[in-house]
Ligand binder design. Structure first.
Ligand code: SAM
Length: 314
């Protein structure tokens, strides 16, 4: 594992400075270690096709060791198998399981889509959360799964099909337009926005951090605001939006929520802290309500994530 000093030298200086601006030294060290730790493989059983008991029995038979996740009965952390091992198995090829980081499973759990509801997934490819939500809804209801990138939309369609999702319609286009096309149509919206990806940095793979810049963060933050506005418009009064990113900075997280509080008729709802590794939102200079958001610090299991639950007032 790389030392903290090596990691500090490798990642962009502006990125490092932005961490020291918002986190204490201890948390920055944790984040930097998180960047260098090899992640354990985690997965979710696809309850549209299989069940957790059968999966655990099967893993015992083939000697795959696992740990359960206290806040998600359908997820497992694998101790002695990685993605490559799993990709060889029929349960993977047939869509009985879905390989997904635990952090990425949080937003759908917080949104809690119900059978029969109309759900909007604004930025859906490759479909980790769309497939999770369809399973939670037992394939009853409707999901509009939107994606701007045509190639990624093909991957989304492939995954929906493999996982046996029957209630999702794929829309290929800008998420910014959905609010006008489907005004006050959806019961709930998942707004898992494009972001700078600081939570998925791996120090071994320079592609995960070489493209990072303050300019890019600013650009993404402008797009995130447009997508928020569209999501708010598409949501029924009284409905719920879950806003999430896989990045750690304030601009794409708390500042978006602070801006939303000042521009829309919303309440921020509390989120249960499912694990000790989750921190509250950072509020310095912002509305105190932002504290109700959660930030997941990356480690050997979790990717870095930010999640906020929002209610559109009646
Ligand atoms: N929710 C996905 C999942 O769980 O599998 C991951 C989504 S990823 C964080 C963000 C996605 O937003 C990317 O696939 C990207 O192509 C897409 N995207 C970027 N700009 C967009 C826009 N203007 N409208 C809709 N989607 C956009």
């Amino acid at each position: 594992m790389a030392s903290i000093t090596e990691i500090r030298k490798k990642i962009p200086q502006d990125l490092l400075n932005s961490f020291y601006d918002i986190f204490d030294i201890h948390t920055v060290d944790k984040i930097l270690y998180g960047f260098s730790e090899k992640k354990l493989t985690t997965l979710r059983v696809n309850t549209l096709k299989y069940d957790i008991k059968s999966l655990m029995d099967y893993f015992k038979q083939i000697n795959i060791k696992f740990e359960r996740v206290k806040w998600n009965e359908n997820a497992l952390i694998l101790k002695n198998a990685d993605e490559r091992d799993l990709e060889k198995l029929n349960i993977y090829k047939d869509g009985l399981i879905y390989l997904q980081n635990l952090s990425s499973m949080i937003p759908p759990i917080i949104l809690d889509p119900q059978e029969g509801e109309k759900i909007l997934d604004v930025a859906a490819a490759p479909g980790s959360k769309t497939t999770q939500m369809a399973a939670m809804m037992k394939n009853r209801g409707f999901i509009l799964a939107n994606e701007v990138d045509k190639i990624r939309a093909e991957r989304l369609k492939y995954n929906l099909n493999l996982q046996g999702v029957e209630i999702a319609e794929v829309r290929v286009g800008k998420g910014e337009r959905i609010g006008d096309e489907y005004t006050e149509f959806f019961d709930k919206v998942l707004l898992d926005v494009p972001c700078s990806g600081e939570g998925i940095i791996s120090i071994k793979d320079s592609k995960t951090y070489k493209g990072w810049s303050l300019k890019e963060v600013e650009k993404l933050s402008r797009l995130q605001k447009k997508l928020f506005e569209s999501a708010y418009k598409a949501l029924k009064k009284g409905g719920i939006i879950v806003y999430s990113t896989c990045t750690l900075n304030r601009k794409e997280n708390e500042e978006i929520i602070d801006w939303a509080i000042n521009h829309f008729n919303i309440d921020i709802l509390s989120i249960e802290r499912l694990d000790n590794n989750f921190l509250n939102g950072i509020t310095t200079g912002l509305n105190d309500e932002v504290k109700k958001c959660i930030r997941v610090i990356p480690n050997d299991v979790y990717e870095g994530f930010f999640v906020c639950k929002i209610k559109k007032k009646d």
